[in-house]
Design a protein around this ligand. Sequence first.
Ligand code: SAH
Length: 256
Amino acid sequence: MRRLFLPGRLRETVTLTGTDAHHLGYTLRARAGDRVVVVDAARQVAAMEVTAFTADSVTLRLVERLDADTESPVALTLAMCLPKGDKMDFVVQKAVELGAAVIQPLAAVNCVVRYDAKKAAVRREKWQRVAEEAAKQCGRTMLPTVAPVRPLVSWLEEIAAAGSAGRVFMAYEQETERPLKEWLRRAEPGGVTALIGPEGGFAPAEAEQARSLGVATVSLGPRVLRAETAAVAALAIAQYELGDLGGSAEGGTETR
Ligand code: SAH
């Protein structure tokens, strides 16, 4: 069934306007009587029926509430240094499928792409659309957020100032001592952030800054993975170890 994310709360009757109405009415050619799954901002899920159309709105009636939470018990964030070309589209899509709640794009020293403020805003909108499409396709019960692009340096400082450095692991291909597996087994409750470098890797000064602020550098194993592979692998490993990947389709995996 088609899935829609509603910015507000579920009610007996909901009127959609703007892009959702257009998408349902024109792109998906929904007709009166069709059913859709609606997910609201509080993760409530319901089957709703299309009851009426106007030129720019669609009205839905609640048919039944569904108990269908597909969210992981672990709040996963992907902090991703901008990869080349449109690889970030792929990374956003996969991160959403793997259950990330937030995707934070970062500009690091070795990033090849550089966006001015205007371009960065346009890209972010595009990634947010990619995230929404992926969330609908894979049946998420929350809409993951793509945050605005930020410099890695100031993001690290902010994380440290907020006392959250201990929840971040930096995948660092030069790290030989600490495997991700080990870091995850000692992870504090309250969420995990995977920090992944660009194709050119992290600059040594970036790894030093991260370490000095209390972010652990970890190894993903003996092979050097491409940035996008590293992002997917790191999220999959974290979700398997702490969350619901590899669990039952009913969800409800217990957190450690
Ligand atoms: N250009 C670098 C490789 C960068 S790989 C080099 O040739 O050495 C891109 C990113 O993927 C890295 O910054 C890191 O975040 C992650 N990565 C890839 N393989 C990794 C590994 N074995 N361990 C930890 N991180 C890895």
